[in-house]
Design a protein around this ligand. Structure first.
Ligand code: C5P
Length: 232
C-alpha cells in the first residue's frame, strides 16, 4: 500500500515547507509516498507550482482534478494532462461509460500516460447524502460504477475503505482502489463521512491511502508520516 499526501495547504510555500520537513525520510521509504495536487493547489499555482513540487524529490505525482464533462471535452483535457509528466489523474466515473472508454483507449496512444482512476462515490457522502443526489444505494451503486469503469478499461477507482474489498471482488485484484477518508490513527473525521484507519485500509487491500489534514495540519508532519510509513 502507498501513501498519497494531499498537498491542500493554503499557499505553495506551505506545501513546499511540508516537503522540506519530509526531506530526512530515507529514499527507499520515500518510494512509498506519492504527492497529490488537488483543485486548490492546481487552481492557485498551476503548472509552475506542479513543477516546483517536483523539485523536492523523486516523488510520484497524483493530479486530482476529478474531471467531469462530455466525452470529447474530457478527452481533450486528458490529452493536455498527459503532457504534464504526472503519474496518476482522476476523473468522475459518473461521466459515463463512453467517456471512460474513450479515455482508456487514449492511454494506449500516448507515451507515458498517467494512471487514470475514477471517483466512484465521494468519501464525504453518507448513505443519505448520496441517495439525495443519485437516488441509489451508496454501496451497490459504488460497485456498479466501479464495474463500469473496469469494463471501460480505466486503471481503478477512488472509493472509501469500506468498499475497496468488494470492488476488487467484482472487478479484479489488480484494479486499483485509492482510498481517501483515512484517519490513520483515529483522528477527527472533519467533513469526511466514510472514514477508516490505516489498519482498516490494509485489511481492505487498498492500493493507495490518501491523507491530507492529519498530515499537513499536524504539529509535526514528519512524525505523522514516519508513523504511517511504519504501518504500510
Ligand atoms: O484532509 P483529508 O485527509 O480529508 O483529505 C482527503 C483528500 O482526498 C482531499 O484532497 C480530497 O479532495 C481528496 N478526495 C476525497 N474523496 C474523494 C476523492 C478525493 O477526500 N472521493
Amino acid at each position: 500500500m502507498k501513501l498519497c499526501i494531499a498537498l491542500d495547504n493554503p499557499t505553495l510555500q506551505e506545501n513546499c515547507n511540508l516537503l522540506r520537513a519530509l526531506d530526512s525520510i530515507s529514499n527507499d521509504k520515500k518510494e512509498k509516498i506519492w504527492l497529490k495536487i488537488g483543485l486548490r493547489s492546481f487552481i492557485r499555482d498551476g503548472i509552475n507550482g506542479l513543477e516546483r513540487v517536483k523539485t523536492y524529490g523523486n516523488y510520484r505525482i497524483f493530479l486530482d482534478l476529478k474531471l467531469y464533462d462530455i466525452p470529447n471535452t474530457m478527452l481533450d483535457a486528458i490529452t493536455e494532462c498527459q503532457k504534464l509528466g504526472i503519474d496518476m489523474l482522476t476523473i468522475h466515473t459518473s461521466c459515463g461509460f463512453e467517456a471512460m472508454k474513450m479515455i482508456a483507449d487514449s492511454k494506449h496512444k500516448a507515451a507515458n500516460s498517467p494512471l487514470i482512476v475514477g471517483v466512484s462515490a465521494l468519501t464525504s457522502f453518507d448513505n443519505e447524502g448520496f441517495a439525495q443526489i443519485y437516488n441509489a444505494q451508496l454501496f451497490s451503486h459504488t460497485l456498479k460504477l466501479s464495474s463500469l469503469a473496469y469494463k471501460a478499461g480505466i486503471d481503478g477507482v477512488v472509493c472509501s475503505v469500506q468498499e475497496s474489498r468488494a470492488i476488487k471482488r467484482v472487478t479484479s485484484k489488480d484494479f486499483l482502489t485509492i482510498t481517501p477518508g483515512v484517519r490513520p490513527f483515529g483522528e477527527n473525521p472533519q467533513d469526511q463521512k466514510r472514514v477508516a484507519s490505516l489498519q482498516d485500509a490494509l485489511n481492505a487491500q487498498s492500493d493507495f491511502v490518501v491523507i491530507g489534514r492529519p498530515i499537513y495540519k499536524a504539529e509535526n508532519p514528519l512524525e505523522v508520516v514516519s508513523n504511517i510509513l511504519e504501518v504500510l
